[in-house]
Design a protein around this ligand. Structure first.
Ligand SMILES: [Mg+2]
Length: 218
């Protein structure tokens, strides 16, 4: 085996609420679901569970007929996709990491057909994209993060995961990957308090301090 002179540096990122503001898309799609399926569940209850795969959110909400609901949600999301906005500075920050020879990967609970156009708009080279379309359990299980690491041939200790929900934090902890909470996203972190990035630009300081994050792991 060849020895590695420098560790791989891997930046794994969640999509919704970290790279792209898709809340207006999700809210519009959920309103369509409420209308078409006669559901009383407000968006505020739906969004509490963001970060999990859709079917898991339906379980959490105690809803049945989830396949039909998912179809409505998926079609309405595609129809409202023009409402998505990249967070300011995200593309520049990711390009900076790529230039510094970090490898970038996506771990999202958004299905691939809706994630791919958003990722293409960023114009950043992602070495792996893990969605619920692959094998394994969804977040908060560690599976998609571990699968992304396998894709890249990287150790958990050589990676960081950037998320915006407590389920992201839990998935990272269970995968043994240091977690950084994106404060501009949709959720609050859980305890123990993780490292927090206040803005996309704030992620740049991780380039030099990555190993220090080990002490902050749960
Ligand atoms: Mg998210």
């Amino acid at each position: 085996m060849p020895s590695r002179l420098t560790p791989l540096r891997v930046l794994l990122l969640d999509l919704d609420g970290v790279l792209v503001d898709t809340r207006p898309v999700m809210e519009s799609a959920w309103h369509q679901v409420q209308k078409d399926h006669g559901l009383n569940v407000p968006f505020e209850m739906y969004e509490r569970h963001l970060g999990r795969p859709f079917a898991d959110i339906m379980d959490q909400l105690g809803l049945t007929d989830t396949e039909a609901i998912h179809q409505t949600y998926s079609q309405a999301s595609t129809a409202a996709s023009h409402l998505a906005r990249q967070f300011d500075g995200v593309a520049e920050v990711l390009h900076a990491f790529a230039s510094a020879e970090w490898r970038l990967g996506i771990v999202t609970s958004k299905p691939l057909n809706r994630a791919a156009p958003l990722l293409a708009q960023l114009g950043v080279p992602f070495a792996t994209v893990r969605t619920p379309n692959g094998v394994g359990r969804g977040k908060p299980a560690p599976d998609p993060i571990l699968l992304a690491l396998i894709d890249l041939g990287a150790d958990p200790a050589d990676a960081l995961y950037i998320g915006d929900m407590a389920v992201d934090q839990e998935a990272a902890r269970r995968a043994g990957v240091p977690y950084v909470h994106a404060a501009w996203g949709y959720g609050a972190p859980a305890r123990p308090a993780p490292v927090v990035a206040e803005s996309p630009e704030d992620l740049l300081r991780l380039m030099d301090t990555g190993p220090l994050l080990k002490g902050s792991q749960a």
